[in-house]
Design a protein around this ligand. Structure first.
Ligand SMILES: Nc1ncnc2c1ncn2[C@@H]1O[C@H](COP(=O)(O)OP(=O)(O)O)[C@@H](O)[C@H]1O
Ligand SMILES: [Mg+2]
Length: 233
Protein backbone atom coordinates (compact mmCIF):
# COMPACT_ATOMS: atom_id res chain seq x y z
CA UNK A 1 0.00 0.00 0.00
CA UNK A 2 1.25 3.45 -0.92
CA UNK A 3 1.30 5.69 2.14
CA UNK A 4 2.65 8.83 0.48
CA UNK A 5 2.98 9.84 -3.13
CA UNK A 6 3.95 12.98 -5.01
CA UNK A 7 3.07 13.57 -8.65
CA UNK A 8 5.16 16.01 -10.68
CA UNK A 9 5.78 18.12 -7.61
CA UNK A 10 7.27 21.55 -8.15
CA UNK A 11 8.14 24.39 -5.81
CA UNK A 12 9.20 27.85 -6.85
CA UNK A 13 10.09 30.39 -4.18
CA UNK A 14 9.60 33.94 -5.35
CA UNK A 15 10.53 37.19 -3.72
CA UNK A 16 10.53 40.54 -5.54
CA UNK A 17 11.37 39.55 -9.10
CA UNK A 18 13.64 36.66 -8.16
CA UNK A 19 12.39 33.12 -8.60
CA UNK A 20 14.17 30.04 -7.24
CA UNK A 21 13.09 26.63 -8.49
CA UNK A 22 13.65 24.46 -5.41
CA UNK A 23 11.87 21.35 -6.73
CA UNK A 24 10.99 20.33 -10.25
CA UNK A 25 8.85 17.43 -11.42
CA UNK A 26 9.40 15.23 -8.36
CA UNK A 27 7.33 12.04 -8.42
CA UNK A 28 8.00 9.61 -5.60
CA UNK A 29 6.08 6.82 -3.90
CA UNK A 30 6.58 5.55 -0.36
CA UNK A 31 5.04 2.23 0.63
CA UNK A 32 3.67 1.39 4.04
CA UNK A 33 6.43 -0.13 6.18
CA UNK A 34 9.34 1.14 4.08
CA UNK A 35 12.44 2.92 5.35
CA UNK A 36 13.62 5.28 2.63
CA UNK A 37 16.48 7.74 2.48
CA UNK A 38 16.18 11.07 0.71
CA UNK A 39 19.66 12.19 -0.09
CA UNK A 40 21.28 15.12 -1.81
CA UNK A 41 23.81 17.88 -1.27
CA UNK A 42 23.00 21.16 0.44
CA UNK A 43 20.51 23.15 -1.63
CA UNK A 44 19.21 20.13 -3.55
CA UNK A 45 15.67 20.57 -2.21
CA UNK A 46 15.53 18.07 0.66
CA UNK A 47 13.99 20.42 3.21
CA UNK A 48 11.60 21.85 0.63
CA UNK A 49 10.40 18.32 -0.12
CA UNK A 50 10.06 17.60 3.60
CA UNK A 51 8.00 20.76 4.11
CA UNK A 52 5.68 19.79 1.26
CA UNK A 53 5.12 16.13 2.10
CA UNK A 54 4.88 17.11 5.78
CA UNK A 55 2.02 19.50 4.92
CA UNK A 56 3.94 22.51 6.25
CA UNK A 57 3.89 24.25 2.88
CA UNK A 58 2.11 23.97 -0.46
CA UNK A 59 3.59 23.12 -3.84
CA UNK A 60 3.65 25.44 -6.85
CA UNK A 61 2.84 22.50 -9.10
CA UNK A 62 1.83 18.87 -8.82
CA UNK A 63 -0.01 16.75 -6.29
CA UNK A 64 0.63 15.19 -2.88
CA UNK A 65 -1.30 12.15 -1.68
CA UNK A 66 -1.14 10.86 1.90
CA UNK A 67 -2.89 7.67 3.02
CA UNK A 68 -5.03 7.71 -0.11
CA UNK A 69 -6.18 11.34 0.06
CA UNK A 70 -5.04 14.30 -1.96
CA UNK A 71 -3.71 16.97 0.43
CA UNK A 72 -2.01 19.70 -1.62
CA UNK A 73 -5.32 21.43 -2.34
CA UNK A 74 -6.62 21.50 1.25
CA UNK A 75 -7.20 24.74 3.16
CA UNK A 76 -4.95 25.66 6.08
CA UNK A 77 -7.18 24.09 8.73
CA UNK A 78 -7.56 20.77 6.96
CA UNK A 79 -3.87 20.71 6.09
CA UNK A 80 -3.05 21.19 9.78
CA UNK A 81 -5.36 18.30 10.69
CA UNK A 82 -3.67 15.98 8.17
CA UNK A 83 -0.24 17.11 9.40
CA UNK A 84 -1.10 16.43 13.01
CA UNK A 85 -2.65 13.01 12.33
CA UNK A 86 -0.49 11.59 9.55
CA UNK A 87 3.04 12.96 9.94
CA UNK A 88 5.58 12.52 12.73
CA UNK A 89 8.38 15.09 12.52
CA UNK A 90 11.92 14.71 13.79
CA UNK A 91 14.32 17.62 13.29
CA UNK A 92 18.08 18.00 13.54
CA UNK A 93 17.80 20.28 16.59
CA UNK A 94 15.12 18.16 18.36
CA UNK A 95 12.69 21.13 18.68
CA UNK A 96 11.58 20.20 22.21
CA UNK A 97 9.93 22.85 24.38
CA UNK A 98 12.49 23.62 27.11
CA UNK A 99 9.98 24.51 29.83
CA UNK A 100 8.04 21.29 29.50
CA UNK A 101 9.04 17.98 31.03
CA UNK A 102 9.87 15.05 28.76
CA UNK A 103 6.44 13.48 29.25
CA UNK A 104 4.70 16.81 28.54
CA UNK A 105 6.68 17.28 25.33
CA UNK A 106 5.57 13.83 24.19
CA UNK A 107 1.94 14.58 25.08
CA UNK A 108 1.88 17.85 23.15
CA UNK A 109 0.68 16.52 19.74
CA UNK A 110 -2.18 14.79 21.55
CA UNK A 111 -3.18 18.07 23.23
CA UNK A 112 -3.45 19.62 19.76
CA UNK A 113 -5.67 16.68 18.79
CA UNK A 114 -7.91 17.22 21.80
CA UNK A 115 -7.20 13.82 23.35
CA UNK A 116 -8.38 13.73 27.01
CA UNK A 117 -5.62 14.02 29.62
CA UNK A 118 -5.71 10.51 31.11
CA UNK A 119 -5.50 8.96 27.63
CA UNK A 120 -2.69 11.38 26.67
CA UNK A 121 -0.64 10.39 29.67
CA UNK A 122 -1.21 6.70 28.97
CA UNK A 123 -0.12 6.96 25.32
CA UNK A 124 2.91 9.13 26.12
CA UNK A 125 3.88 6.69 28.83
CA UNK A 126 3.68 3.74 26.44
CA UNK A 127 5.77 5.38 23.75
CA UNK A 128 8.43 6.50 26.24
CA UNK A 129 8.60 2.93 27.46
CA UNK A 130 8.96 1.73 23.86
CA UNK A 131 11.98 3.97 23.23
CA UNK A 132 13.47 3.26 26.65
CA UNK A 133 13.20 6.69 28.28
CA UNK A 134 10.49 6.18 30.86
CA UNK A 135 12.88 6.83 33.73
CA UNK A 136 13.55 10.32 32.32
CA UNK A 137 9.93 11.36 31.95
CA UNK A 138 9.99 14.04 34.64
CA UNK A 139 13.23 15.64 33.46
CA UNK A 140 13.43 18.82 31.43
CA UNK A 141 15.15 18.63 28.02
CA UNK A 142 18.18 20.53 29.37
CA UNK A 143 18.69 17.78 31.97
CA UNK A 144 19.16 14.98 29.44
CA UNK A 145 21.74 14.35 26.72
CA UNK A 146 21.39 15.25 23.03
CA UNK A 147 20.79 11.61 22.08
CA UNK A 148 18.10 11.32 24.74
CA UNK A 149 16.50 14.56 23.54
CA UNK A 150 16.34 13.16 20.04
CA UNK A 151 14.74 9.99 21.40
CA UNK A 152 12.13 12.15 23.13
CA UNK A 153 11.54 13.89 19.79
CA UNK A 154 11.03 10.46 18.23
CA UNK A 155 8.59 9.53 20.98
CA UNK A 156 6.69 12.76 20.32
CA UNK A 157 6.63 11.92 16.59
CA UNK A 158 5.29 8.42 17.28
CA UNK A 159 2.67 9.20 19.91
CA UNK A 160 -0.04 10.04 17.37
CA UNK A 161 0.61 6.82 15.46
CA UNK A 162 1.29 8.72 12.20
CA UNK A 163 1.33 7.27 8.69
CA UNK A 164 5.04 8.02 8.46
CA UNK A 165 7.99 9.56 10.29
CA UNK A 166 9.78 12.41 8.52
CA UNK A 167 13.25 12.78 9.97
CA UNK A 168 15.33 15.70 8.60
CA UNK A 169 19.03 15.15 9.39
CA UNK A 170 18.11 13.55 12.76
CA UNK A 171 21.73 12.72 13.55
CA UNK A 172 23.16 16.04 12.39
CA UNK A 173 23.77 17.43 15.89
CA UNK A 174 25.00 14.18 17.42
CA UNK A 175 28.41 12.54 17.72
CA UNK A 176 28.79 9.46 15.55
CA UNK A 177 28.17 6.92 18.32
CA UNK A 178 24.97 8.63 19.47
CA UNK A 179 23.94 9.17 15.86
CA UNK A 180 24.21 5.44 15.25
CA UNK A 181 21.98 4.80 18.27
CA UNK A 182 19.29 7.04 16.76
CA UNK A 183 19.60 5.30 13.39
CA UNK A 184 19.33 1.93 15.11
CA UNK A 185 16.19 3.11 16.89
CA UNK A 186 14.70 4.20 13.55
CA UNK A 187 15.56 0.79 12.09
CA UNK A 188 14.02 -1.01 15.08
CA UNK A 189 10.86 1.08 14.79
CA UNK A 190 10.77 0.30 11.08
CA UNK A 191 11.08 -3.41 11.87
CA UNK A 192 8.02 -2.92 14.06
CA UNK A 193 6.11 -1.55 11.08
CA UNK A 194 6.76 2.21 11.25
CA UNK A 195 7.28 3.89 7.85
CA UNK A 196 10.37 6.13 7.92
CA UNK A 197 11.62 8.84 5.57
CA UNK A 198 15.17 9.70 6.48
CA UNK A 199 16.46 12.92 4.96
CA UNK A 200 20.22 13.28 4.93
CA UNK A 201 23.20 14.59 3.02
CA UNK A 202 25.32 11.78 4.54
CA UNK A 203 25.89 8.65 2.46
CA UNK A 204 26.69 6.57 5.55
CA UNK A 205 23.36 7.48 7.16
CA UNK A 206 21.44 6.83 3.93
CA UNK A 207 23.01 3.38 3.63
CA UNK A 208 20.98 2.31 6.68
CA UNK A 209 17.78 2.48 4.63
CA UNK A 210 16.46 0.02 2.06
CA UNK A 211 16.07 2.56 -0.76
CA UNK A 212 17.61 5.95 -1.43
CA UNK A 213 15.97 8.67 -3.53
CA UNK A 214 18.70 10.97 -4.77
CA UNK A 215 17.95 14.67 -5.30
CA UNK A 216 20.05 17.11 -7.23
CA UNK A 217 19.11 20.68 -8.13
CA UNK A 218 15.52 19.95 -7.12
CA UNK A 219 15.10 16.85 -9.27
CA UNK A 220 15.13 13.13 -8.57
CA UNK A 221 18.21 11.80 -10.33
CA UNK A 222 18.21 8.24 -9.03
CA UNK A 223 16.05 5.76 -7.12
CA UNK A 224 18.56 3.34 -5.62
CA UNK A 225 17.57 0.04 -4.00
CA UNK A 226 19.91 -1.06 -1.20
CA UNK A 227 19.58 -4.83 -0.89
CA UNK A 228 21.81 -4.98 2.19
CA UNK A 229 21.33 -1.91 4.37
CA UNK A 230 23.89 -1.37 7.13
CA UNK A 231 22.47 -2.59 10.43
CA UNK A 232 23.60 -0.96 13.63
CA UNK A 233 23.79 -3.32 16.57
N1 LIG B 1 12.12 30.13 1.84
C1 LIG B 1 12.94 30.15 0.75
N2 LIG B 1 12.98 31.22 -0.07
C2 LIG B 1 13.76 31.22 -1.16
N3 LIG B 1 14.57 30.22 -1.55
C3 LIG B 1 14.57 29.12 -0.76
C4 LIG B 1 13.78 29.03 0.42
N4 LIG B 1 14.00 27.82 0.99
C5 LIG B 1 14.90 27.20 0.20
N5 LIG B 1 15.24 27.97 -0.85
C6 LIG B 1 16.15 27.61 -1.96
O1 LIG B 1 15.65 26.42 -2.54
C7 LIG B 1 16.71 25.52 -2.83
C8 LIG B 1 16.52 24.22 -2.06
O2 LIG B 1 16.68 24.47 -0.67
P1 LIG B 1 16.45 23.38 0.45
O3 LIG B 1 15.16 22.69 0.20
O4 LIG B 1 16.60 24.04 1.77
O5 LIG B 1 17.64 22.36 0.18
P2 LIG B 1 18.39 21.34 1.18
O6 LIG B 1 17.51 21.06 2.34
O7 LIG B 1 18.65 20.13 0.33
O8 LIG B 1 19.66 22.00 1.59
C9 LIG B 1 18.00 26.26 -2.50
O9 LIG B 1 18.46 26.88 -3.66
C10 LIG B 1 17.56 27.28 -1.49
O10 LIG B 1 18.38 28.41 -1.49
MG1 LIG C 1 17.88 21.10 4.40
Amino acid sequence: MIVMETKNLGKIYSFDSIKVTALNNVSIQINQGEIVGIMGPSGSGKSTLMNLVGCLDRPSQGEIWIAGSRVDNLNDNNLAIIRSKQVGFVFQNYNLLPRLKVIENVELPLIYQGVPSHLRRKKADEVLERIGLKERMHHKPSQISGGEQQRVALARALVTNPSFILADEPTGNLDSKTGKEIIKLLQDLNNGGVTVLLITHDRFVAEHTARVIHLKDGEVIENEALPNPIREV
